[in-house]
Design a protein around this ligand. Sequence first.
Ligand code: GLU
Length: 435
Amino acid sequence: MSVTPPPVSSPTVAEVPKMGAYEIATGNFNRAADLIGLSDEWRTLIRTPFREMKVEVPLHREDGTMTVFQGYRIQHNGSRGPFKGGIRFSPLADEQEVKALAETMTYKTALVNIPFGGGKGGVNCDPRTLTEHELEHVTRRYVSRIHLILGPNRDVPAPDMGTNAQTMAWIVDQYGRQHGYNPAVVTGKPLELGGSPGRAQATGRGVMLTGLAAAKDHLGKDPNELRVAVQGFGNVGMNAALLFAEAGCTVVAVSDVSGGYHNPDGLDLDAVVRYKNREGGDGTLAGYDNGGVEYVSHADFMGVDCDMLVPAAIESAIHDENVDSVKAKLVVEGANLPVTPEADQILQDRGVLVIPDILANAGGVIVSYFEWSQNFQQYRWKEEDINARLEDIILTAYRDVIAEKARHDGASMRDAAFALAIARVQKAEKLRGAL
Ligand code: GLU
């Protein structure tokens, strides 16, 4: 581990994935399809997206220059309900990535058994380099080009990497200009516009719930015996870290784009959050040092000594070059597609339990479902009811996966989760008469 202080400006090198998202999605699908003996025809039908839209998103920058971004909305499968999935603003967003993430949503909603299909959107802009006004402009331009395929019973976006409740507020407004105000067209909205209590923490809460359940079953450990490291300090990673700490775990390391911050005795997360949100700061943890905190480079982060490792940043974060350094016995996928298939196999061979993305990070879309339901009912539920229902749904899915794993000798949690999800999508397709 290095003790060199992190650079002050945000490096972007950490964001270049080692393997393409679509390759990872293909690996995940094929293993489970083999397990359940899915025919080639069904493989093609299930994997092929229902519809892919690619649009230009021009922006007149405040400095007088003009940029044209590419925007995507890919509707992967809608056999179980309206397409559902986030919109990501990231320089790496392209057709292959968005397609892989849309497909991942199909299996996520099927696994946790909520009445949605899967979709995803993206714009290849870097939100860190845009002003608030420019971000609003990009959002509105993008929505004005894809609005015809959206709708509360058609396709319901949500936040993802680089977008947040404010982005969703602009989407409600822009969609409303063309179709009339309807908050159910998007989830993850601010509370004032029909958002749901508990939505912002929901993905992190699901990570915490599945992580603690697996720690008990797999490691025989209670929360106060667990040392947790979380890669990524955005909406998912930050909330997961806070909730793990609240449950009694020792959070020994967190990281963001600026690098990792490690304290074997446990980080003071309130101080970390205060530092991130400091007045005049750049929103990153660059330069964080609160006594006893050691800087860890991106390359070394996965090797931090801990019981549970939570990749909650980008895809292919754990790959063939760093997988051998992983010391954790439990990996909980807060991000989508954070482990490459090769690394996944190595972890499995070493007896490391991996809780797959479509289970571990499904808390967000589960509470999106509650938000959508509340919008239709025009009635707000209480946060404690939402958290209790989230817990019920995600732990039911967790137990379903354990039961499915037991039915297939030697299957991983991922294979079992995908097998269940693919079978549910296939059943819905058959009932609707697809083939
Ligand atoms: N973007 C989140 C995900 O990947 C949430 C999707 C949603 O709530 O629709 O699961």
